[in-house]
Design a protein around this ligand. Structure first.
Ligand SMILES: [Zn+2]
Length: 320
């Protein structure tokens, strides 16, 4: 979430998309209803919460680190349709002023006490302008303060809940640098480019067990840590032999990353077999496992790796 943060409030859905992934591209021109908006944000929060645990627990392994706050702010945009404005207010409590619409469970924002629906009055002392005039530069200063503030260790947030003013001091959570987003895709897949990880919505829906989804995210985070993808690495991704090696490395490290974050490493094999079962009978019949190990082999590999990792963590714990 540290990357791709756009706050030009032309359209709220774009802001939501920039923060938490993309709004379903297939959404009809009619405004989504409040239930759909809430459901979507909850799914994005689920992905964000799991990702955040993995990224914070594996700090020592990461080549690049940054701070995470896990706080999404947005406001109703004047340009949105009246129906959309109503739905967004109903679903997320959004108004004309900046509002905390998403607070990632376990994040700095939640730990400090911010709740979804809180009105945000100022960030690091930079106030959202009040009054009738449309003070564009003051508004921009507020969003700039929110964005740049997340690069410093502490974020001071003045808020209002009902009539009650609050001041929150958020301490950023040191984490591996990666942005993990939910994107609207009907294939059960996840991809990584550089430090951007995209989890397809169909895969998130398939894996209702958090530990299973944690393996998928951990496998992708392993690609980020091992710097497998990104600009200049396109050729190696296309080379089948290299790619097979890369995928094994990501499985191997992925199981360790999820276990360090407190997820059951045995869920790795379960996640992959669930995904495999979802493949069509033709794909299964032909054994089209692409760059991955054949399913049975991969299953055994992940199960063995889970045992190894459990042992490793037990040994580390007893050495302390
Ligand atoms: Zn992979």
């Amino acid at each position: 979430m540290s990357k791709g943060f756009r706050m030009k409030p032309f359209h709220l859905l774009i802001v939501v998309a920039a923060l938490f992934g993309s709004w379903p591209a297939t959404a009809s021109p009619a405004a989504p209803d409040a239930n759909a908006i809430r459901a979507r944000v909850n799914r994005e929060l689920r992905v964000a919460a799991i990702a955040q645990k993995i990224l914070a627990a594996n700090l020592e392994s990461c080549p690049r680190k940054s701070l995470q706050y896990g706080l999404g702010l947005a406001r109703l945009d004047e340009a949105s349709s009246p129906q959309l404005r109503v739905a967004l207010t109903e679903a997320l409590g959004l108004r004309e002023y900046p509002t905390a619409f998403a607070v990632v469970p376990g994040s700095a924002g939640e730990l400090a006490g911010i709740r979804a629906g809180d009105r945000i009055v100022a960030i690091n002392g930079v106030k959202w302008p009040t009054g009738d005039g449309l003070d564009v530069s003051a508004r921009k200063a507020f969003w700039d303060a929110f964005q740049s503030g997340q690069q410093s260790a502490v974020l001071q947030v003045d808020a209002q809940r009902g009539d009650q003013p609050f001041q929150f001091h958020l301490t950023g959570k040191p984490s591996c640098t990666a942005s993990v987003v939910l994107i609207n895709q009907s294939s059960e897949n996840a991809t990584t480019f550089g430090s951007r990880i995209e989890i397809h919505s169909a895969l998130e829906a398939l894996l209702q067990d958090d530990s299973e989804l944690a393996f998928i995210i951990s496998h992708e985070v392993a690609h980020v840590i091992l710097e497998h993808t990104g600009p200049g690495k396109e050729a190696q991704i296309r080379d089948k032999v290299v790619r097979q090696r890369i995928e094994i490395e990501a499985d191997e490290l992925g199981v360790l990353l999820m276990a360090r974050a407190g997820f059951d490493p045995a869920a790795a094999a379960r996640a992959e077999s669930r995904r495999y079962q979802k493949n069509g009978p033709v794909t299964r019949g032909l054994g089209l496992n692409g760059v991955y190990m054949p399913p049975k082999e991969r299953d055994a590999f992940l199960a063995r790796r889970a045992d190894e990792v459990r042992l490793q963590l037990e040994t580390e714990a007893s050495d302390r």
